[in-house]
Design a protein around this ligand. Structure first.
Ligand SMILES: Nc1ncnc2c1ncn2[C@@H]1O[C@@H]2COP(=O)(O)O[C@H]2[C@H]1O
Length: 711
């Protein structure tokens, strides 16, 4: 049961991990076999790791024995040095076996490096210690020798089975062929050093005795593995500064360790306690000597005074090491910490400067508090300073990403914002290329509760996407009605940007409801991006038009007939040429010639004839709606379109009673039973809504068309 529970937990964790790394658009292409290119190498690595994961953790959920796992190791498989993700060790069995098994699985490569590095560290620390301090004696020699040879075994396995199988890059491609990887390893300097590191000088034990640990000094040559481990950890851990500090500290500690060993060796050579400078042999020798070495290396002082030239030389060398090497290492640690805390330091500086500036100007306390709140919230949300005139990826850390190729930068941006962008309906329907183009232009901005994001009537210069939080669109006849509450993934501010309202003015107030995190897209960026994507333009426009219609309906209550003014369209009908008038005078009005001249074509003649008959039936003039425009007194949009008719017909809802009132004003004889109609074909071209003529009892949509061509 326990095994099953563990297996399920691991599976859930694996799936969660995969969800944490949603595939970027480029992933798919990068997972295609061996011929992947360099840029996608990391993704290949990760995907390999995921596949390899299955070997290790029973895809069919059957508990596997260690023996089964061992049997199924593909010893010819190459190791991907990129797939070095640290994974929890999910097999609690004997750790050495895990290391052995891990040889066949790329992603545990880092564990292998760790184990070889531990052996290397053991050798580095123990060889000088045993050579100087009297810690090896005949009683414990066997234990020391066992430890030595276990470490040597790891070295050997590494040289024979691991190193020759590590993949390498050639001409931008990963080489996986085991023969080539072996050759590549044997060509390298590392191979020579590794072979030398296993030089069996231990055979000289027979001549000089088992306590000559110094004979193992070639084991130091395995230092490459130590460096490789740190490099891997640097790229694997989310906080590489810790690794860097650890590495620098380990150098410092090792220097002190060597110094302590040297001090003891010196003291033993001169005779323990033979003068005031040497170690007096009291207490734990290693701790006392380490203490002495630390004081000297860090130049803290209060060291015993040297009494002969050799001691002076020793102290001088120790102090020099303290001044140069330690100063260098401590400087490195300072740099690492400065880099790690750069963002926070910059943030603090900016906050302090801003608050100081506001204090100097004696700005209201409330405003100062709001600014402070904004800084705090922004920091908590983004852990970076948001510059208001640069894009998402051109902020602090983004500036560093600037050196990346644009495609990679887009991948990073998409990954960072994938959750929000996937909720934007607009991007669902649009071309993926547009999304990639837009994502680099998005700029994050935070609003506090109650902040006005845009005001009705302002010139619209930006469009917004809600990342988190809620914003309210305020409008309606009274101007304080909440028209809509927009949540994550909603887009607003596009109407004025696309100039769909006949101008570039905002059509509503938009206010932040709580704390809201938005993406801003400037007009120029939007225009530049959608220029080549007419579909996206159309989607945006369609959405904007539907919003405008909704707002117009809201702002013009159906019962309010008084607010509507009716006037004749400005453009006079085209005048008939004089020659045609003359001909018409001489031919009969009912003749075909006269009718053709009047209507232009037989089709039009027939159509107009039908309409005329229908109009005559209700005693009205022809094409009432075509000559009229209904303008709401408070509808700015409609007034604008009167001044400058657009090519697309404008369609506005009015009540049936209004339509009748309009007709009566124009001396058009209609009553409640009258069926009104307009130029159906034109209306249908631009809308799928039913056009005028519905015999609805109370209200109906009267499509009033204002279009030059209609006259
Ligand atoms: N009824 C509505 N529902 C949702 N959003 C709206 C509504 N009316 C206006 N908006 C949005 O509010 C924005 C205000 O600025 P714009 O006019 O540029 O674009 C507007 C629309 O994006």
């Amino acid at each position: 049961m326990q095994h099953l529970v563990r297996a399920f937990t691991e599976r859930a964790q694996r799936i969660r991990r995969r969800l944490d790394f949603p595939p970027t658009p480029s992933t798919a292409s990068s997972e295609q076999g061996d011929n992947c290119n360099c840029a996608n190498a990391t993704q290949v690595g990760i995907s390999t790791a995921i596949q390899d994961d299955n070997v290790w953790s029973n895809t069919d959920d059957q508990p596997r024995s260690l023996w089964w796992r061992f049997k199924n190791i593909d010893w010819n498989k190459t190791i991907d040095p990129q797939s070095i993700k640290l994974k929890p060790i999910f097999s609690p069995e004997i750790s050495t076996l895990i290391f052995l098994l891990s040889l066949s699985i790329g992603y545990t490569y880092i564990y292998w490096l760790l184990s070889v590095t531990l052996c290397f560290t053991y050798n580095c620390c123990v060889i000088p210690l045993r050579s100087t301090f009297p810690y090896q004696n005949t009683k414990n020699t066997v234990i020391w020798l066992i430890c030595d040879y276990v470490a040597d075994l790891f070295y050997l396995v590494d040289i024979v089975m691991v190193r020759p199988r590590v993949m390498f890059l050639e001409d931008g491609f990963w080489v996986k062929d085991p023969r080539l990887t072996r050759k590549n390893y044997m060509r390298k300097w590392q191979f020579k050093m590794d072979i030398l590191s296993l030089l069996p000088l231990d055979v000289l034990y027979f001549a000089y005795g088992y306590c000559q640990a110094l004979l193992r000094i070639p084991r130091f040559l395995k230092i490459q593995t130590f460096w490789e481990l740190y490099n891997c950890m640097d790229s694997v851990l989310s906080n590489p500064h810790v690794v860097r500090i650890a590495r620098t500290l380990s150098y410092m500690l090792y220097l002190i360790h060597i110094n302590a060993c040297a001090y003891y060796a010196f003291s033993a050579w001169e005779g323990l306690g033979s003068n005031g400078w040497v170690f007096n042999g009291v207490g734990n020798a290693y701790i006392r000597c380490f203490y002495f070495a630390t004081k000297t290396a860090t130049s803290i002082g209060k060291n015993p005074k040297p009494e002969n030239e050799y001691e002076y030389m020793f102290m001088t060398a120790s102090w020099l090491m303290g001044v140069f090497v330690f100063a260098l290492l401590i400087g490195q640690i300072r740099d690492i910490i400065t880099t790690a805390t750069y963002s926070r330091t910059e943030y603090r500086k900016l906050v302090d400067e801003t608050l100081e500036y506001m204090r100097r100007l004696n700005l209201p306390r409330e405003l100062q508090e709001r600014v402070k709140l904004w800084f705090t919230f922004t920091w908590e949300q983004q852990h970076t300073l948001v510059s208001t005139n640069t894009s998402v990826l051109l902020q602090d850390e983004g500036r560093i990403l600037d050196s990346l190729p644009i495609k990679m930068k887009t991948d990073v941006a998409i990954n960072v914002h994938i959750q929000t962008l996937s909720k934007v309906q607009l991007f669902h329907d649009c071309d993926e290329a547009l999304l990639r183009e837009l994502v680099l232009k998005l700029r994050p901005v935070i609003y506090l509760p109650g902040d006005t994001i845009c005001r009705k009537g302002e010139v619209g210069k930006e469009m917004y996407i809600v990342k988190t939080g809620q914003v309210q669109v305020i409008g309606g006849p009274t101007g304080d009605e909440v028209l809509a509450t927009l949540t994550e993934g909603s887009v607003f501010g596009e109407i004025s940007l696309l100039a769909l309202n006949g101008g570039n003015r905002r059509t509503a107030d938009v206010r932040s409801h709580g704390f809201s995190n938005l993406f801003v897209l400037s007009k120029s960026d939007l225009n530049e991006a959608i220029l080549h994507y007419p579909d996206a333009q159309e989607i945006l426009k369609k959405k904007a038009r539907s919003l405008m219609r909704k707002n117009a309906a809201r702002e013009r209550p159906l019962t309010d007939c008084e607010s509507e003014v009716i006037k004749l369209a400005k453009d006079p009908p085209l005048e008939m040429p004089r020659l045609i008038k003359t001909v018409l005078q001489v031919v009969s009005e009912e003749s075909m010639t006269a009718r053709l001249l009047k209507y232009g074509s037989q089709r039009r003649m027939q159509r107009y004839g039908d309409k005329k008959r229908e109009a005559a039936a209700v005693g009205s003039s022809l094409f009432i709606p075509a000559y009229l425009q209904v303008v709401s007194a408070n509808d700015e949009l409609a007034r604008k379109s009167t001044a400058k008719p657009t090519r697309a017909p404008r369609i506005m809802p009015i009540t049936r009673s209004n339509a009748i009132a309009t007709c009566l004003k124009k001396n058009v004889n209609v009553n409640n039973n009258t069926s009104l109609f307009c130029h159906e074909r034109r209306v249908k071209k631009t809308t799928s809504e039913p056009c005028l003529g519905l015999r609805d009892v109370n209200t109906f949509q009267c499509m009033v068309v204002v279009h030059r061509e209609m006259h």
